[in-house]
Ligand binder design. Structure first.
Ligand code: ZN
Length: 247
């Protein structure tokens, strides 16, 4: 089993010290490669949608197509078709823009998030839903709460995967937002998506996290302290995370 950490979209704030990438996980499973979130897709680089153009004003991006997940997968020696499954934390453009680069993959996510996306934008955050991300009509696998638990979190196990993969509903940043827990050789990795900020950065103001990412970070921080066999990440990790987790 291997778990790789890819930066699939560098996006640095112009207004504060929040300089980050966008973390996607590439996991070898018994069902082929699984990608957790995609970052931007190749077409997002070639033909930026209006919301992405707005983001290019409020942030500084290198905006290099080489950061797209499909280009990175190919540089690792795989074919795009080797990515058989994509698990989404949520459907904002910076997390699922790369779906069309993997048109054969089955896309796993919470039904609540799918329905929020399909309903169209109803608040500022939902402007980050870009219909172009699904223009190829993905093969969906949608999940609802089952009453299962992963540790003390409500959780949904994706069927049939070794290592085990679980969706952990952590709504707020988007209505159906989920973390993704992946079994590792030494325990677990919990990718918190946009329910948390980089845990190693105490300089990010708590009010900013609460406003943009929701109420989950204190609980997740306490959870990490209580269970050292679980490593945690967030979507928008700082550059030093990627430097210390080479491919
Ligand atoms: Zn988001």
């Amino acid at each position: 089993m291997s778990l790789r950490f890819l930066n699939c979209f560098t996006c640095n704030s112009r207004f504060n010290a929040w300089k980050t990438g966008t973390l996607c996980l590439l996991v070898e499973t018994n069902q082929g490669l699984a990608l957790v979130d995609t970052g931007l897709g190749q077409d997002d680089y070639l033909y930026p949608a209006p919301f992405i153009q707005f983001f290019r004003v409020i942030t500084q991006m290198p905006y290099k197509i080489e950061e797209s997940a499909v280009r990175q997968v190919q540089r690792l020696g795989y074919k795009p078709g080797d990515v058989r499954h994509i698990v989404l934390t949520h459907m904002h453009f910076d997390h699922c823009g790369g779906l069309p680069d993997f048109p054969e993959a089955q896309v796993h996510l919470s039904r609540a998030e799918y329905e929020a996306f399909m309903a169209g934008p109803r608040n500022f955050f939902e402007l980050a839903y870009n219909r172009r991300s699904i223009r190829h009509r993905p093969h969906w696998a949608l999940y609802e709460p089952t009453g299962e638990k992963w540790y003390d979190f409500d959780a949904i196990r994706l069927p049939g995967f070794t290592p085990e993969i679980w969706l952990i509903p952590l709504p707020y940043h988007s209505r159906g937002h989920c973390g993704v827990a992946i079994q590792t050789e030494t325990g677990w990795h919990l990718h918190c998506g946009d329910a948390a900020a980089d845990f190693s950065r105490p300089d990010i103001p708590a009010w900013t996290i609460r406003l943009a990412l929701g109420p989950h970070m204190p609980r997740l921080r306490a959870f990490a302290a209580a269970y050292p066999e679980v490593t945690l990440s967030a979507s928008h990790m700082f550059p030093d995370f990627f430097a210390t987790h080479p491919l």
